[in-house]
Design a protein around this ligand. Structure first.
Ligand SMILES: [Zn+2]
Length: 170
């Protein structure tokens, strides 16, 4: 099964149409995950934070995808296509990183744990009111907008919607 899944992923990447834009790329990865859902343990999806990505309403994220700096390029095709995936877990980790990167809006805040300036806005899945947090892409620390660490106090984090970020931060 592992080989079949990895081969189906490599086959997906052979279709250069999927790299037309960030949204076509994102939707191709999402559809591939959905088509193969029976092959993935739920625990594996949760560990790789793909459950939250699969549960969002993609229509709410079109602004994120359209306005995001394009990551789709011939180099990206090469990067993701040439990795030697030795497990489904490893494959899902790469897919998740890519999907999160496509959807996430960067924050200007530095991480107060490791000092990295590679941080992004996240929010709680299905929260009824928009509430923003900032997550460090390097050490994984999650802090509130005042820079206070809230690690472990929230779960089910997803990329924040661009519209919510603008509504809260102006
Ligand atoms: Zn950090």
């Amino acid at each position: 099964m592992k080989t079949a899944i990895i081969n189906s992923f490599k086959k997906l990447l052979n279709d250069t149409e999927i790299f037309h834009s960030n949204s076509t790329y994102f939707m191709a990865l999402r559809n591939w995950l959905i088509d193969n859902l029976d092959s993935f343990d739920e625990e594996l999806l949760i560990r790789n934070r793909l459950d939250s990505i699969l549960n969002i309403d993609i229509n709410d994220y079109m602004c994120n995808l359209i306005d995001h700096r394009p990551i789709v390029s011939p180099r990206e095709v090469e990067r993701i296509g040439k990795i030697e995936y030795d497990s489904i877990d490893g494959l899902l980790m790469v897919v998740s990183d890519t999907m999160w990167e496509l959807l996430s809006i960067s924050s200007d805040e530095a991480c107060n744990n490791c000092g990295s300036i590679s941080t992004r806005f996240v929010s709680v899945v299905a929260d009824t009111r928009p509430y923003l947090f900032i997550e460090c892409c390097d050490c994984g620390m999650i802090m509130d907008l005042n820079g206070i660490s809230i690690q472990g106090k929230v779960s089910h984090i997803c990329p924040a919607k661009k519209t919510d970020i603008e509504a809260i931060l102006g």
